[in-house]
Design a protein around this ligand. Sequence first.
Ligand code: BES
Ligand code: ZN
Ligand code: ZN
Length: 499
Amino acid sequence: MKLSLETRSPADARGDVLVVGRHSDPARPAPEIATLDKKLGGLLSAVLKTERFEGKAGQMSHFHGEGRIAAGRVLVVGLGPRKPGDAEAVRRGAAAAMRRARDLGAASAAVFMAGDGLTPRRRAQAIVEGAILGTYRFDRYLKEKSEKVIQSVAVVESERRNHAAAREGLRLGEIWAGATCLARDLVNEPANVMTPTYLAGRAEEIAKAGGLEFKVLERAECAKLAMGAYLGVAQGSQEPPKFIHLIYAPGRRPRKRVAVIGKGITFDSGGLDLKTADGMLRMKDDMAGAATVLGVFQALPRLKLPIEVHGLIAATENMPSGTAQRPGDIVRAMNGLTIEIGNTDAEGRLTLADALAYAAQEAKPDEMIDLATLTGAVVTALGQGISGLLASHDRLAAQLLADAEAAGERMWRLPLFEEYKEGLKSDVADLTNVSSQRGAGAIVGALFMRDFTAGIPWAHLDIAGTAFTERDHPLGPKGATGVGVRTVLNHLVALAGRA
Ligand code: BES
Ligand code: ZN
Ligand code: ZN
């Protein structure tokens, strides 16, 4: 999608369609809208009146410009009630409008939004994110691809003093949405393509393109580092494991060091504790955390932040076989702790245990964030629209909640109380990977992982419910969502600003 800034007024903006956002509360419309209506001979207000257009979120109406304005057609999109600073309403409005414009056969669009209390930068960024994310499709395996494609989008910003800020918003929106679409693409790939080897190859491409430091530790090197928990999961698969390490380092001395860690199970069959057919169906998405990490690293080189960021993925399949790990096995993680395998399907925390221990030891970060499709329990607790946040550090948790809010990504903190630690005790090892007590699976999973964080401020995002959706949603079609990419990018930008 080609993006540009349109510095003319909405009435003079060119394109197959001119999109105009409209809130539901009857405040005075922006002066640009009044001018537009005048140029249209009152058509805009007349159409909205006869259609009783209320401006409800997602409501739409369109009509021909009849040659009175530069654009071919006008598409009005409802933004819901006016809440100052509500970037998500603009994102969703732009997304819905672009999909409708595409259905209408438009190839180019100009978008004008106003009255949302956003800075010109945030508004432009939100429009671009909505346009790109909202029209995302995963069609590489389809013979018949839709011919309807929006090729170019212009953000209309007629006030001269806002142009520089709007241009920056355009740039960031393209980076934020592009990184999210990359994560979606990676998760949507089927597991017969998306193997640990393929994932490592994609990581290497991203590293090369961005001039990033990059290494892959093969099985033997992981064994040398004593990553027994990770390798225990990997031993059942024919596909070799790949431990992926990416580093973004600024030109000067970094002001902060961060590790971002993604669960990278390219397929989770459950192992010998085999999942049911239904439970296994979508388990290609079990590398969504890893995909988020790669999305972030695609974006990082273009942001030039003064912080050092480590991306870590302990990639493997979780498969049943004659060489697979058995329930009751005892493995030793890189930090020396022994783990009794209570259930081979609780494999994510095992791979993350070694990834966290490696991050703490090798990167020595000021903070660590992991993203993982870790538990079915978080889906029970929070459903498909909200990620679980569990953190050992209140300030980091509060910051991430704010970063998620700014991204329009729903996230809710769950407690990491000691109460349930008891259930992870084993008679024969330091820990077991599943609790002997009932319930609170998302908390228990996080409590297990905390033992591998070496006391470094740490936050865990359980994205089992949010990484993949069965239904179309406001910012994209069913399938992978790319959740977490924009939250983590917001976090890194804010961290760099504070550092
Ligand atoms: N990958 C699954 C978690 C999952 C479930 C992701 C549903 C997406 C949708 C994870 O490895 C798993 O199997 N967790 C088990 C843990 C249990 C055995 C303690 C679970 O949640 O059932
Ligand atoms: Zn599992
Ligand atoms: Zn899993």
